[in-house]
Write a protein that binds this ligand. Sequence first.
Ligand SMILES: [Zn+2]
Length: 351
Amino acid sequence: MKKLLVLSLSVMLFSLTVLAQGKPKNVVLLIGDGMGLAQIYAGMVANGNKLQLERCKNVGFVKTYSASHFTTDSGAGGTALACGVKTKNGMIGMNADSVAVHSILELAEKNSLATGIVSACAVTHATPASFIAHVNNRNMYEEIATDYLKTDIDVFVGGGRKYFEERADNRNLIDELKAKNYQVAYTIDDVKAIKSGKLAGLLYEDQNPAMPERGKMLPDATMAAIEILDNNKKGFFLMVEGSQIDWASHDNDAAQVVKEVLDFDETVGRVLDYAQKHGNTLVIITADHETGGLTFPTGNIKAGTFDAAFTTKGHTGIPVPVFAFGPGADKFGGFIENISIKAKIEKLLRL
Ligand SMILES: [Zn+2]
């Protein structure tokens, strides 16, 4: 009896030590494409001066320059986050010498973790593609779709169905996915009904619609993915992209930026609820770059309004924030390079 008590006490102490050392079992990386501090603040001001994101107490800044440009695109920006290498703008999953580099998702998969991608755009678009594909031009959508078949990713949900079935090479990748035991879903309700196994959710022909037409696709697909990935006892890695914060910023449309940021933030809140409940999940929220050079000369906190000033229709080279929550979150403070995020996750997951 005494021996048992000592044993259970030492198990408890061991678990507490592991928690303190900050080793997560699962990692969820949420990327707001084009989401700089101003995009975040636009959402916050419009939302009664608060965001779910504020629950993260570990905050840092990320330098986003690419190997070729002061101002990155989403190909090089996504590749830096996914693969931990600075590459040339336009490239996906390759270093600047056009050599394919394993992504954090592929490393997690190799180590028997469950893996997933959820995006508010086509799954073949630059950011999700950076986690799974290796091509030297981000516009090679059909090749990127083919790369999904070369992996054992457990769950992916987004748009881009046509790149899987209306292809120049006449391959039908939907049939090939089914042959690899994927359950293929075409609606968010179908996605939510699937609780285990492998899932390919191709919800739109091409790009997902903008908010509010997209509804709860992003938060719902994210939580559906987590429910499936959570079946893996070894843990999981999930990448979620709020893709259209970037597009609204390219359009210099501040009202649309707010809608997209709040959709992303709802997703963040639901992931944080999961992480808070389970205690073993590291949540990282960042961006690949800022878009639009957005700022606010004036505004009104009480009224939840601001005057928006954009300085460009393109991206900017300014650093973006990174937020972290859960075991290992303290590793994401300070001024860091975008390529260090992959290395930190790799170390924390012991890949
Ligand atoms: Zn962009």
